[in-house]
Write a protein that binds this ligand. Structure first.
Ligand code: CP
Length: 318
């Protein structure tokens, strides 16, 4: 791996706006090394031996929580999972006290998912431990953004001038905000489309082109990022029926013919098959959805390694 003067040692990972292109590059290069460890028969190195990581999840998760747990364990750390439903949060403990309590147990990193925007920044202000934002409301999901970046680069694509189409529920999507921030910074041409009720009113200010019709966003696209309809955050009936959403905005094989023939399909998961994505598109050869999950482990290994060791021991990994 090329030597770099950039360091993420001790840094909180809260969003991708506050990370530089050089920091993205460091994570990408380190994740490529971590992926080699994942491919070994014995996928275990001692780089984080003696370090403790707490996964503190106030919202449901399959991919992010499991991959952070495996990432920590592959690197030799002790990893503990706390979900709000099984913790003293149910007895009324506030976020500040929970963070201070966890930190008192000498943990080195807290990986936190929370339904409220800014919760990870709040935790970072309180805690000495490294805070990694595993998703805060509709604000940010930096590790998803980095794993998407890794997945696109792994397919040999350079972001400059790629046409990226982000489709669907942008309003409630932390993935959309995160990818828009990173992809525009990297020089991509980012387009969004979805029901007007699911697009933030000032979304153009993020540097994207907005379309009312999904077909316009798909035309000639190199990458299509299909957003999950966040059914748990839909309080106000922002589209008439799931059937109508699927008919007008759902990504199916017919619509996808408008994109480049070698288009890459992303979806952060979990998928609502038959709603925002058709069954056939979800299983298509160019759908990288399970690759995103695999790369999520490597990227999260890289982030834990870089924040908790400064990356100084990378040469000892083999
Ligand atoms: N993409 C993602 O964050 O998935 P989970 O909610 O399963 O972690």
């Amino acid at each position: 791996m090329a030597k770099s003067n950039i360091s993420l040692s001790g840094k909180d990972i809260l969003d991708l706006e506050s990370m530089s292109i050089e920091e993205y590059e460091l994570v990408m290069q380190t994740a490529a090394e971590m992926k080699k460890i994942m491919k070994r028969d014995i996928k275990k190195v001692p780089s984080l031996r003696g370090k403790s990581i707490v996964n503190l999840f106030y919202e449901a998760s399959t991919r992010t929580r499991t991959s952070f747990e495996l990432a920590g364990k592959y690197l030799g750390a002790d990893v503990v999972n706390i979900t709000s439903s099984g913790s003293s949060v149910t007895k009324g403990e506030c976020l500040r006290d929970t963070i201070l309590t966890v930190q008192s147990m000498a943990c080195d990193a807290i990986v936190m998912r929370h339904p409220i925007e800014g919760a990870a920044n709040y935790a970072a202000d309180i805690a000495d431990a490294v805070i990694i934002n595993a998703g805060d409301g509709a604000h940010a999901h930096p590790t998803q953004g980095l794993l998407d970046m890794f997945t696109i680069r792994e397919q040999g694509r350079d972001f400059k001038n790629l046409k990226m189409a982000i489709i669907g529920d942008v309003l409630y999507s932390r993935v959309a905000r995160t990818n828009i921030a990173a992809w525009t910074k990297l020089g991509a041409d980012v387009h969004v489309a979805g029901p007007m009720t699911l697009l933030p009113h000032d979304v153009e200010q993020l540097g994207v082109t907005v379309h009312k019709r999904v077909e316009e966003a798909l035309e000639g696209a190199d990458v299509v990022d299909i957003l999950r309809i966040q059914l748990e955050r839909q309080k106000n009936g922002l589209f008439p029926t799931p059937r109508e959403y699927a008919r007008i905005f759902g990504i199916n094989e017919e619509r996808l013919k408008l994109a480049k023939p070698d288009v890459l399909i992303l979806h952060p998961g979990p998928m609502n098959r038959g709603l925002e994505i058709s069954w056939d598109v979800g299983y298509a050869d160019n759908a990288l959805i399970r690759k995103e999950v695999e790369n999520g482990v490597a990227v999260r290994m890289a982030l834990l390694f870089l924040t908790l060791t400064g990356g100084k021991k990378i040469e000892n990994l083999d």
